[in-house]
Design a protein around this ligand. Sequence first.
Ligand code: AMP
Length: 283
Amino acid sequence: MKIVSTITEVRAQVGEWKKAGNTVGFVPTMGYLHEGHMSLIDAAGENDKVVVSIFVNPMQFGPNEDLASYPRDLEHDAALCEAHGVDLIFHPTPEEMYGENFYSYVDMNVLTQELCGLSRPVHFRGVCTVVAKLFNIVTSDKAYFGQKDAQQLAVIKRMVKDLNMPLTVIGCPIVREEDGLAKSSRNTYLSAEERKAALVLSRSIFLGRQMVEEGEQDCKKIIAAMREEIEKEPLAKIDYVKIVNLDTVQQIDKISGDVLAAIAVYIGKTRLIDNFICEQQGV
Ligand code: AMP
C-alpha cells in the first residue's frame, strides 16, 4: 500500500493501473477510520484496486464547527487500510487541494435546503466541491458512500447525474455499535454519560422504522413518536426530526415511495445524526 499526498502522484498511479486494464474503486473519508468506513472499503474490494482519501476538508465546516478538534490519526488509519487491502491512500494538505487562490465551487439547490443543509449552511457546497475535485483527481470507476450520511449520499448521486460525471456511486448500509449507536468519528467526543445518552438516537430511529413497518403512513405521527423518545433524555437537544422523499430531500406528509427519516440531535455539545430509509413503501 502506498500513501501519497500530491495530486500528481495519484494521477500517475491510477493512470498506470488503468493502462493495465484494472478497475478502480474509491472511498472518500475524513479519516479516524472505524468499521463504518471499513465496510465501504470492503465493498470497494470488488474492484481490482482500491483508493482511499483521508482529508479533513476545511470547506465543509462552518465557522463555529469542529474543524480544529476533528480527530486525526493517520498511523492508525493506514494500519486499518493495509489490513483491508487498500492499494493507495491519498492524504493531501488543504494547500494541495485548494492552493492560494480558489474560486470555483459546486453548489446544489433543493436537496441541500433541508435537514443538515439548514443548520449547516455551507456544508454541502464544501462537500460537493471537494468530492467533485476528488472524483476528477482519482478518476475511479466506482465510489462508495455510507447511508449514515443519507443526505450527502443523495446529494452526491444527484451531482454525478446532473453533471454527467463518469462513475457509479454506491451506497452502503449504516454500521452500528452493538448497542445500536451508529458508528461515527464524532462519537469520540462523548463522555461516558453522553455515550449512554446518545442511544436515544438509535432508539428513536428503530421506533420510527418499526411504526413504518407496521403500516403507519402519517409522517406527523411518526415524527411525534420519534421526538417524544428523544425528549425523554435530558442531555439530548433536537436539531431536527424529519421525513423526506429520498431523491428530492423534500418533506412529505405521507409515507410513499422511497423515504428517508433523518434526525440530528445534540448530545451535550456533540451533534450526531442517524436515519432510516424505507424504499418503495405504499406504491
Ligand atoms: P467521514 O469520514 O465521516 O466523512 O465518512 C466517510 C464515509 O464513511 C462517508 O461516506 C460516510 O457516510 C461513511 N460512514 C461513516 N460512518 C458510517 C457508518 N457508521 N456506517 C456506514 N458508513 C459510514
